[in-house]
Design a protein around this ligand. Structure first.
Ligand SMILES: [Zn+2]
Ligand SMILES: [Zn+2]
Length: 285
C-alpha cells in the first residue's frame, strides 16, 4: 500500500516530484491544468520527459491526474458537455505523456435531468474521450458526496456508467470523505465490510485503483464534501485503522487531499499520520 498526496505543479510538472518527496509521499496526484479554468495548455514533450525521469529517480508512483472541477458530462447543457469532453480529452492526453495511471474526475451534476436521463450521454462522452486518446491511460470515476444532483454517491450509479461504457480503461477512485458523506460507514468494521461488498457487487473490486484519503468535517450521510486532516475529523484515527487494515485496499495507492496543518494542502504531518496507521495495522508499505 502506497501513501501519497496531491501536490502542486507550480513552475512545471517536473517540479511536483521534489514537493512530493519533501512531504514523504510515495506517489502523487497533480492537476494537468488549472482546475477552475477551462484552458488546458498542451504539455511540452521535454517537460513530460523531465517529469518521468524525476519520478523514476525518486521512485515515485503511480501518478494520477485530477481532472477539472468544472467538467460535467452529465449536464443537460450541450455546450458545457462539449467543453467538458474537450478538457478531459486534453487532460487524458497529458496524463499519458506523464506516464500516469489515469485521470480521476468528478461525475458532477446531472443538473436536474435525473441520472437515468444523463446516463447515455455520460457513457457516450466517456467513450469519446477514450477513443480520442488511444493507449492504456485510465479514465477514473470518483465517488461523490452526493449533494444536489451529483452523480456517483451510490456505487450502483458508477457501476451502471461503467457497464454502459464497456471499456477496460475505466476504473474508480474511492474518496473516503465522499463515501462517508454519501452514507457509507467506512469507519466501522461492519459498515466497511458492507461497503466493500456493495462496491464489489455493483462495480467490481478489481476496478478500485485509487483512494483519496481524507478525514471528514461533516457527518456520515451529510452529503457535504468537506475534507479534514487525518485523525482530526469524524472518520478519525480508529476509522482509518479500520480502512487500512481491510485487504480490499492492500494494493491500492492512497492520495491525501487534506487541508493540511497550515492550510496549505497535504503536508508531512498528514502523510506521516497515515504511514503511522499503516505500520500500526501491519500492512506492507
Ligand atoms: Zn476529486
Ligand atoms: Zn472532496
Amino acid at each position: 500500500m502506497l501513501i501519497g498526496a496531491h501536490v502542486s505543479t507550480a513552475g512545471g510538472a517536473s517540479k511536483a516530484v521534489a514537493r512530493a518527496e519533501e512531504i514523504g509521499a510515495e506517489c502523487m496526484q497533480v492537476f494537468a491544468s488549472s482546475p477552475r479554468a477551462w484552458k488546458v495548455p498542451p504539455l511540452a514533450d521535454a517537460e513530460a520527459e523531465k517529469f518521468r525521469s524525476e519520478a523514476e529517480r525518486a521512485g515515485m508512483g503511480p501518478t494520477v491526474v485530477h481532472g477539472k472541477y468544472l467538467c460535467a458530462i452529465g449536464s443537460p447543457d450541450p455546450e458545457l458537455v462539449e467543453k467538458s469532453i474537450d478538457a478531459l480529452t486534453a487532460e487524458l492526453r497529458i496524463a499519458g505523456q506523464l506516464g500516469a495511471l489515469g485521470v480521476i474526475f468528478h461525475p458532477a451534476s446531472h443538473r436536474g435531468q435525473g441520472f437515468d436521463a444523463a446516463l447515455p450521454q455520460f457513457a457516450d462522452g466517456m467513450k469519446r474521450i477514450l477513443d480520442a486518446v488511444p493507449g492504456d491511460t485510465l479514465l477514473m470515476l470518483e465517488t461523490s458526496a452526493g449533494s444536489g444532483d451529483h452523480i456517483g454517491s451510490k456505487f450502483s450509479e458508477l457501476g451502471r456508467i461503467i457497464k454502459a461504457v464497456g471499456s477496460p480503461r475505466v476504473a474508480v477512485c474511492l474518496d473516503t470523505q465522499h463515501v462517508w458523506a454519501g452514507g457509507y460507514n467506512i469507519a466501522d468494521p461492519a459498515g466497511l465490510s458492507a461497503t466493500i461488498k456493495e462496491f464489489d457487487s455493483e462495480i467490481g473490486l478489481e476496478l478500485l485503483r485509487a483512494v483519496h484519503a481524507n478525514d471528514s468535517m461533516r457527518d456520515l450521510g451529510s452529503a457535504v464534501d468537506r475534507h479534514d486532516n487525518i485523525g482530526d475529523g469524524l472518520i478519525g484515527t480508529a476509522g482509518f485503522k479500520n480502512i487500512l487494515s481491510n485487504t480490499a485496499f492492500a494494493n491500492v495507492p492512497f492520495y491525501l487531499e487534506v487541508p493540511g496543518t497550515e492550510k496549505s494542502g497535504p503536508d508531512k504531518p498528514n502523510v506521516d499520520a497515515l504511514k503511522h496507521i499503516r505500520s500500526k495495522v501491519g500492512v506492507p508499505a
